[in-house]
Design a protein around this ligand. Structure first.
Ligand code: SAH
Length: 449
């Protein structure tokens, strides 16, 4: 098939998993001979990879969708593919009626429907992991589009699709389906393929990444996977997210402590600091469990960094309950806290059974209180880096400054004319703030006695 002059554009919203899904869909299109364009209006195939985790994300997706409607009017041959969590895994009949100008609807992580549409492939079998990966990894290779070839330093690899944990507020299990771990061989093949194309860092993704392999008794788990990936030639750094406190075992901490390429940074959401709220969220642990876990991680992996997620204004959250979250954050001093205001998602248990009774102004007030606290904590933690030498993997130049990350995932900027892309270089931290740092290159090697 000759698609040499055909162009595709992918618009992506939402989490890292969507970014990974878009890359894999892009790879499928590259295999078919399509080329990437940065201009939506130049595309022959236009993909919208959507998120619905909060109302604001859903609004953004619908806004973009309606903004491209005129493109279809001007060019009836344009193929529009709506993908991701707005579509979900439970069929798209309702959406099809609402959005007649969309040609193809695809569940999250699945390039299949679009590829089937473009190739008229009758053999396409919907919604199997094997199919998803057959299309993304044709010939066992992820193709990085030309504009990024040789430039992409860090990439995501999904290792667990879907989620079977029933947090009462969360729409993800409904939209992404049940939990499925990818076969180890396939993940390793994808990591090798990326490394061969110059990628230095991979981040393994799963809604609950520490559940990797748990469906299969005696099968490889996340710690095993880290050990195997640590030996992939060309890879320098391995990260993973998101971890659920209930599954974050010591074997994972030990693997990170042992393996030179596994980076000492963890994303372990607490969501709320009060036990009753945690129970209403059906998270499956208590505040005390979480405190114990964080202490253990810090003991096993000294000098690590830890990020958490918090939702404020969950139904029924009282001022006292919110104070528990505040106190927990003040005590534990996390490196990063991703904060969100509770947003009821249609169909979830909390939206059906628990009134969204915290006024928006109050949710905002709680959000800002935590934000201010976290700013102070992060300022304090990051200030410890001042004057230190740290190894940074540089990714790209943004507005004249090279941007990279420390092993602990701190964002570092260096002003230099040298080309630092893809290099791991020790730098001296010269300025620190709550969200990023600045550094200068250390030209002479440090002599340790
Ligand atoms: N699977 C991961 C991440 C899920 S989505 C986990 O278990 O934590 C990312 C974050 O969005 C969540 O950690 C949560 O803090 C937030 N989130 C999810 N649903 C939400 C909702 N209905 N309202 C507000 N924030 C939500």
């Amino acid at each position: 098939m000759n698609n040499l002059d055909k162009k595709y554009h992918i618009w992506t919203a939402g989490c890292q998993m969507n970014v990974a899904d878009s890359r894999r869909l892009g790879s499928s299109l590259e295999h078919l001979g399509y080329n990437f364009t940065a201009q939506a209006k130049e595309a022959d195939v236009l993909v919208l990879n959507t998120c619905v985790v909060r109302q604001s994300a859903e609004d953004k997706a619908l806004g973009f969708l309606h903004s491209i409607r005129p493109l279809k009017k001007n060019n009836p041959d344009l193929v529009i593919n709506l993908m991701g969590c707005l579509v979900g895994v439970r069929g798209s009949e309702k959406l099809q009626k609402k959005l007649p100008f969309v040609d193809v609807f695809s569940p999250p992580s699945d390039p299949g429907p679009l590829i089937a549409y473009l190739t008229q492939d009758e053999d396409y079998v919907a919604e199997t992991t094997a199919t998803q990966n057959r299309f993304a990894l044709m010939d066992g290779e992820i193709i990085i589009p030309e504009h990024e070839r040789g430039k992409l330093v860090s990439a995501f690899i999904p290792v667990v699709y879907g989620c079977s944990h029933a947090c009462t507020y969360c729409i993800i299990p409904y939209q992404r389906g049940i939990e499925r771990s990818r076969p180890l061989g396939e993940i390793v093949a994808e990591a090798r393929s990326l490394a061969e194309q110059g990628v230095k860092e991979i981040t393994l993704l799963g809604q609950i990444v520490d559940r990797y392999g748990k469906e299969v008794e005696d099968g490889p788990n996340l710690a095993d996977l880290l050990r195997i990936l640590n030996d992939v030639e060309g890879l320098e750094r391995i990260r993973f997210l998101t971890s659920h406190p209930d599954y974050f075992g010591e074997d994972i901490m030990e693997a990170v402590a042992d393996l030179p390429r596994a980076m000492p940074h963890f994303e372990v959401p607490i969501q709320a600091g009060d036990d009753k709220v945690l129970e209403n969220m059906k998270r499956g642990y208590t505040q005390a469990d979480y405190r114990k876990l964080i202490a253990l991680i810090r003991e096993k992996v000294p000098d690590c960094s830890i990020a958490t997620d918090i939702i404020v204004g969950f139904p029924g959250e009282t001022e006292e309950q919110f104070e528990q979250t505040y106190q927990l954050l003040a005590d534990l001093k996390m490196d990063v806290a991703h904060l969100a205001r509770y947003s009821p998602r249609e169909g979830t248990v909390s939206a059906r059974r628990m009134p969204d009774d915290i006024p928006d102004a109050e949710k905002r007030r709680r959000f800002h209180r935590l934000e201010a606290l976290q700013k102070t904590i992060a300022t304090e933690i990051n200030a410890r880096y001042l004057g230190e030498s740290v190894e940074v993997l540089f990714e790209e130049k943004v507005k004249g400054r090279w941007r990279g990350r420390t092993p602990t995932n701190k964002l570092v900027f260096v002003e230099t004319d040298d080309d630092l892309r893809g290099q791991i270089i020790p730098v001296r931290i010269t300025w620190t703030g709550p969200w990023s740092m600045q550094a200068s290159l250390i030209r002479k090697p440090i002599i340790s006695l």
